[in-house]
Design a protein. Structure first.
Length: 201
């Protein structure tokens, strides 16, 4: 665990989705006005997650499906993806939710050296129309949790079983396909640093 300015960065390695989600909820529930914001850098074993806007779904896949309390529809998490959970007190920082989403997207775009862009009406980050980073957050009492998942160097085939983020036919890509050779750990650390700089600006 490291402290950068007033943000604690925790590197958790590869951790179970369900228990990590419950830990995020507990942290958010128990924090107070003096609690430092935290960024959790991690990977998950293979799992599909359903956001609040998604109906129940049955997939012909052995990969588990977990309903969560974040925004958005369905996405896939798996090894080789850099996940950053953003436990940030938006109210204390006077950051509106739409601005926070913009900051997350802008951090990924900066990491990818301008090769990525937004897509109107579809949160996340895209490269030539293919999604490379998914966003999903929840805000409780002005405090955000969940965050951003960046495809770095992973097996993308599980995305074929779903409509990523609820968009039929949406292609996905990853940093490896762009010739960017960072490990998930390195990409996650760099992305966290960029985000911290933007939060503290």
């Amino acid at each position: 665990m490291t402290l950068v300015e007033d943000v604690v960065v925790r590197r958790l390695g590869r951790v179970d989705y369900q228990s990590t989600w419950q830990s995020m909820r507990a942290f958010t529930r128990e924090r107070d006005d003096s609690t430092a914001d935290q960024l959790w850098l991690l990977e998950h074993p293979s799992v599909y997650t359903l956001g609040q806007g998604m109906k129940e779904i049955t997939l012909a896949s052995p990969i588990p499906v977990i309903r969560t309390d974040r925004g958005g529809d369905i996405t896939y998490h798996g090894p080789g993806q850099a996940v950053i959970y953003t436990l940030v007190d938006l109210a204390r920082r006077s950051i509106k939710v739409k601005r926070f989403v913009w900051l997350l997207e802008e951090s990924v775009i900066e990491l990818l050296q301008g090769r990525a862009q937004r897509k109107p009406g579809a949160p996340g980050v895209y490269v030539d129309g293919a999604k490379i980073a998914a966003l999903g957050i929840r805000v409780a009492r002005g405090r955000a949790y969940h965050g951003v998942a960046l495809n770095v160097d992973m097996d993308l085939s599980p995305f074929d079983a779903i409509d990523p983020c609820g968009y039929p036919g949406l292609r996905v890509t990853q940093m490896k396909n762009l010739g960017l050779t960072d490990s998930p750990e390195k990409a996650g650390s760099r992305l966290a640093q960029i985000l911290i700089e933007k939060l503290d600006a």
